[in-house]
Design a protein around this ligand. Structure first.
Ligand SMILES: Cc1ncc(COP(=O)(O)O)c(C=O)c1O
Length: 342
């Protein structure tokens, strides 16, 4: 990797201190026994951050809030699902940086329980002082948010629109930075990760990480993503487009095709936010072997994918695999009915 950091001169609001730790999940390997097939399982703790309970969206928000402030905005208008982790972390980041925050939360998951509608991330959104608009099923979140941006503008203030998952080109830069961080840590600990396992929701994390790997001289096929939102084909195309946009934005002369990416839809189940039995088993296994929490919508499904790929040999025996823990544990409270059912 070159010493030139293409992110250095971009507007950025620092929300986290230093690299997130990488740790070996030795006790999980022990519990898996022969089922681990000699794979060394590592976790990068992007759930361990100083702000708002932590999570992958903090990285994106550093650049999004940097851009919002550079454009003279005083308010963030965020769209997401009711239990959006991005919305929660945006609310926390706004509290930290002195911006007003409005969350436009859509019914993306058919779950009408009171805990889903009011606990977990929604409870924290309120604590962080965001103004919350919970839409009815079928209401257009992007349209509602655009209207709020216009209305805020009429009062003399200026709003910045942060769409689903914060996965704009600028939002993706947070994970370009993570790829550089990972390359440095890999050298420091002397471990090359053969595979990096992540969830893919709105695709920004995957896109940023893949672009960062390319810039650092590595290949995006090292990332094994598990889609939790769109079918694999759609997810591949959308993610490759985002990677191209990021590389162009940073004036990097390289392109990535959908065929260079690995996205599995094996863990999607009945769709976004819909629990699966393998997700529940994965959440419980990590909690009971390591005392670590992954969320039911993203990390739980991606971790289930990692376990299944070890079993099938898609993750080669004796290799090093890195699971990026993306935060989102507040979502567990919104799924208490499912997680305590057995
Ligand atoms: C906890 C968690 N993990 C992973 C993701 C996926 O990130 P992306 O939407 O950039 O694909 C999200 C997105 O909301 C998330 O909240």
């Amino acid at each position: 990797m070159t010493d030139h950091d293409p992110l250095r001169s971009l507007p950025r609001e620092r929300l986290m201190k230093g690299p997130t730790p990488i740790q070996r999940l030795a006790r999980l390997e022990e519990v898996l026994g022969e089922r681990s097939r000699g794979v060394s399982i590592w976790a990068k703790r992007d759930d361990l951050m100083e702000l708002g309970g932590g999570g992958n969206k903090v990285r994106k928000l550093e650049f999004l809030i940097g851009q919002a402030k550079a454009e003279g905005c005083d308010t963030l208008v965020v769209t997401g699902g009711v239990q959006s982790n991005f919305a929660r972390l945006a609310a926390a980041a706004c509290a930290r940086t002195g911006l007003a925050c409005e969350l436009v939360l859509a019914q993306m998951v058919p779950r009408n329980t009171e805990i889903y509608q009011a606990n977990g991330n929604v409870l924290l959104d309120r604590l962080f002082g965001a103004r919350i608009h919970i839409l009815n099923p079928g209401e257009d979140a992007a349209g509602f948010a655009a209207l709020r941006v216009a209305e805020i503008g009429e009062t003399g203030r200026k709003a910045f629109m942060a769409p689903l998952g914060g996965s704009t080109t600028v939002g993706c830069l947070g994970y370009v930075d993570c790829a550089f961080e990972l390359a440095r840590q890999s050298t420091e600990i002397g471990v090359t990760f053969d595979q990096i396992v992540i969830p893919n929701g709105s695709g920004g994390m995957h896109a940023g990480l893949a672009a960062g790997l390319v810039i650092a001289g590595s290949h995006p096929s090292r990332i094994a993503a598990h889609t939790v939102l769109s079918p694999a084909e759609k997810c591949l195309t959308a993610t490759a487009e985002k990677i191209d946009a990021v590389l162009k934005f940073l004036s990097i002369d390289a392109r990535v095709a959908p065929a260079d990416l690995r996205i599995s839809e094996a863990q999607l189940g009945e769709g976004y936010g819909m629990p699966t039995s393998s997700m529940i088993e994965a959440v419980e296994l990590l909690a009971r072997s390591e005392g670590l929490l992954v969320d039911p919508v993203y990390g739980g499904k991606a971790f289930a994918g990692l376990l299944s790929d070890i079993e099938s040999g898609a993750i080669a025996p004796q290799s090093n695999v890195l699971f990026i823990m993306t935060g989102g544990s507040p979502g567990l409270y919104a799924y208490a009915d499912v997680l305590t059912a057995k």
